[in-house]
Write a protein that binds this ligand. Structure first.
Ligand code: ADP
Ligand SMILES: Nc1ccn([C@@H]2O[C@H](COP(=O)(O)O)[C@@H](O)[C@H]2O)c(=O)n1
Length: 264
């Protein structure tokens, strides 16, 4: 149930505050932005660019890769045959749980992952902020995940460029050989991309071609994020969640021209 103070509002103001189910349109929680795209498309680089430019805001990243399931000793001995490009390789339930906690305003602890040993490290990542960017190849995989995001971005880069970047990155940072990267790409990465990642592109609100070097797209995105942040801040000031999960609007002072009366 929603209660309004005895005050007059313009219809457009009311429309802004509530959707058809009379739930508040402005959300007081942390802004969650899902960033999806193929391996080495530049998802992390796009997120870093957003963080760099959103000065004065606390922005954090969650790498979906942190949630890779650690390999068993047996699997590690035969890791060349392990498919890391199937959603089954990732603990998406844990990721979903962590995002729900963030939505509840909690500071969360995420696991860390080592691409060389294919296992979790002892380290954890503490995540909190006004805006959280969640990047990974399977971030749009389930409806539950997609529904948690306030905005969905897909980074779209040609596969030859992605493969070239992946060769450079995986041989220098992830302890791989050139032969290994190419074999893994042809056997698992490319088919996985076509089966799981490409079909999720349609869920994106924004598609960034060429990744972080697309300054125009990043600028437009930043403007939109700032609008969302303003809505969230207004929401934080105006909405108070009471213990019975009803919404109460408080201290709303908006100048009115044509007034309509709302009876409680
Ligand atoms: N626009 C770009 N131009 C050149 N190299 C890039 C560009 N974007 C990313 N890279 C490089 O490609 C690799 C993968 O980029 P990254 O942002 O980590 O991709 P993802 O997170 O999608 O796997 C990194 O080594 C990064 O430095
Ligand atoms: N032990 C692992 C785990 C994952 N991968 C590959 O990582 C890719 C996803 O990470 P990006 O940063 O590139 O998005 C995915 O394509 C897996 O093949 C791996 O090689 N080893």
């Amino acid at each position: 149930m929603t209660s309004l103070p005895n005050q007059n509002y313009l219809p457009s103001q009311l429309e802004m505050m509530f959707n058809k189910e009379t739930k508040p349109f402005v959300k007081p929680e942390t802004l969650l932005i899902g960033v999806c795209g193929g391996s080495a498309s530049g998802k992390t680089s796009v997120c870093r660019e957003i963080i760099k430019q959103l000065k004065g805001k606390k922005v954090d990243i969650i790498a979906q890769d942190w949630f890779y399931k650690p390999l068993t000793e047996e699997q590690r001995k035969d890791c060349g045959n392990y498919n890391f490009d199937s959603p089954l390789a990732i603990d998406l339930d844990l990721l979903t749980e962590k995002l729900r906690e963030l939505k509840q305003g909690k500071v969360i602890q995420c696991p860390d992952y080592d691409f060389v040993t294919h296992s979790r490290t002892k380290k954890t990542h503490q995540v909190s902020g006004d805006v959280i960017l969640i990047e990974g190849i399977f971030t749009f995989e389930t409806k539950e995940l997609r529904d948690l995001y306030d905005m969905k971005i897909f980074v779209d880069v040609d596969s030859d460029i992605r493969l070239s970047r992946r060769i450079l990155r995986d041989t220098s940072e992830r302890g791989r050989t050139l032969k290994g990267v190419i074999e893994q790409y042809l056997r698992f990465v490319k088919p996985g991309f076509e089966s799981f990642v490409v079909p999720k592109r349609k869920f994106a609100d924004v598609i960034i071609l060429r990744g972080a070097s697309n300054k125009v797209a990043i600028d437009l995105l930043l403007e939109r994020i700032k609008v969302e942040l303003r809505n969230h801040e207004i929401g934080k000031k105006q909405l108070k969640f009471n213990s019975k999960s009803t919404y109460t609007l408080e201290n709303l002072t908006i100048p009115t021209f044509k007034k309509v009366s709302i009876k409680n």
